[in-house]
Ligand binder design. Structure first.
Ligand code: PLP
Length: 430
């Protein structure tokens, strides 16, 4: 990023976002934690919510609340319009042409399980192979373990390069006609690694495999164009992209969704019901059994509008600048830090997981790091981040993780660095 390179020190000159104005939109950012201003660096777990989203939620309950798709009264029609309006807005946000290709779920996890229990049960058989990468979140690993076990299929693992990138050459070597599904993250929630999804899709399709992309970390932080990615399914969570908890979405190619059996049975997903058999509503209703999470879906629209107004290219540029700054500052100030993930911010999102070497051989436990930072008002994630096998590969049972979003600043990166000095003092490292 030109702004970064041109500065004598490593500090970014300015962000392409008006971060001061953005911060005013997030009420929680003005609170203190443990007597310090909150420095929220746990965005990969869940993002904070702007006033616009909170107000949309309150407005829905105060003015619009009703069941969707059923009753004939005014409120029900309004609630349905709002609910379906989010579907259309999300389709546009990810470059999908048909809103029917969007299925609302509770989160990314449920979206992936939906595919495993419908398409997977239908198409994966004995001896088939499913490829995932070595950096998958448990959400994009465990459902495939369950499916492989149930169907007598095999899991294969696309490895990482030594610099923690997706190893495309090794992936190519795993492909063969027995591979029926490739399920890969778009951005690792530990390494920050961005995977070459268009290339992965192209190669997988050459052997006839279907491609599912876990977009939980990418959709909040970079422009998504489904057509360009070339995948068949894409899963995301609203709560990581300024939206409410309890809402996720699965995008799927229409012809695939139409050919899949239902996931859950019940109200709203049927066409005809007799005593012993039923037929299904058209997609997406076929996959949205029961009364959905209407209020949170409606408020998600405000989050999409907010991100759309910022511009996802700009969001990505802002985070690239911060990530580059963080990598430089943390390495400069803490040579004893083990930082995971690629150096090249073209292939890395705003996620910096690390371990701090302790006295002797080991590292300082990430929970201790997190606790001491919390004492200073700094919120980071600690533990295995739902990536236990990946941590085994990294040779560390767990790590500390800072992750950035639209409201984070270089000052907050500096606060993190100062906070780590405190950790080291307490652990007698200095
Ligand atoms: N995939 C990735 C890469 C994630 O980071 C997460 C959450 O952290 C998930 C999937 C699961 O998201 P959710 O818990 O919202 O279903």
């Amino acid at each position: 990023m030109a702004i970064l390179e041109s500065v004598g020190t490593v500090r970014p000159g300015h962000s392409p976002l008006d971060v001061t104005a953005i911060r005013h939109d997030f009420p929680i950012l003005s609170r203190e934690v443990n007597g310090h201003p909150l420095v929220y660096l746990d965005n990969a777990a869940t993002s904070q919510k702007p006033r616009q989203v909170i107000e949309a939620l309150v407005r829905y309950y105060e003015e619009q609340n009703a069941g969707v798709h059923r009753s004939a009264h005014t409120l029900a029609a309004r609630a349905t319009d709002l609910y379906e309006g989010t579907r259309a807005r999300l389709a546009e946000f990810i470059g999908a042409t048909d809103p029917r290709e969007i299925v609302f779920t509770r989160n990314t996890t449920e979206a992936i399980n939906l595919v495993a229990y419908t398409w997977g049960q239908q198409h994966i058989g004995k001896g088939d192979e499913i490829i995932v990468s070595q950096m998958e979140h448990h959400s994009n690993l465990v459902p495939w373990q369950l499916l492989a076990e149930a169907r007598g299929a095999h899991l294969r693992f696309a490895p990482l390069t030594p610099t923690h990138r997706f190893d495309l050459a090794a992936f190519r070597g795993l492909l063969n006609p027995r591979v029926k599904l490739v399920a890969v993250t778009h951005m690792s929630n530990v390494l920050g690694t961005i995977t070459p999804v268009s290339e992965i899709s192209r190669l997988a399709h050459e052997v006839g495999a279907v491609v599912l992309i876990d977009g939980a970390q990418s959709a909040p932080h970079m422009p998504i164009d489904i057509k360009h990615l070339g995948c068949d399914f894409f899963a995301l969570s609203a709560h990581k992209m300024l939206g409410p908890t309890g809402v996720g979405a699965l995008w799927g190619r229409l012809e695939l969704l139409e050919s899949m059996p239902p996931f859950l049975g019940g109200g709203s997903m049927i066409s005809e019901v007799q005593w012993t058999k039923s037929t299904w509503a058209p997609v997406p209703q076929k996959f949205e059994a029961g009364v959905p999470n209407i209020a949170d879906v409606v408020a998600f629209s405000a989050a999409l509008e907010y991100l759309g107004n910022l511009g996802m290219d700009t969001v990505r540029e802002h985070e690239k600048g911060l990530t580059k700054y963080a990598l430089t500052v943390l390495r400069r100030d803490h040579p004893d830090l083990i930082i995971y993930g690629p150096n090249d911010v073209e292939w890395r999102g705003g996620i910096v997981a690390f371990n701090l070497r302790g006295r002797g051989e080991g590292t300082i436990h990430s929970h201790d790091v997190g606790q001491i930072l919390d004492d200073q008002g700094i919120a980071i994630r600690t533990g295995h981040h739902c990536c236990k096998p990946l941590h085994t590969l990294l040779g560390a049972p767990e790590s500390a993780r800072a992750s950035f979003y639209v409201y984070n600043t270089p000052d907050e990166v500096d606060a993190l660095s100062r906070g780590l000095h405190v950790v080291k003092r307490i652990f007698g490292r200095r």
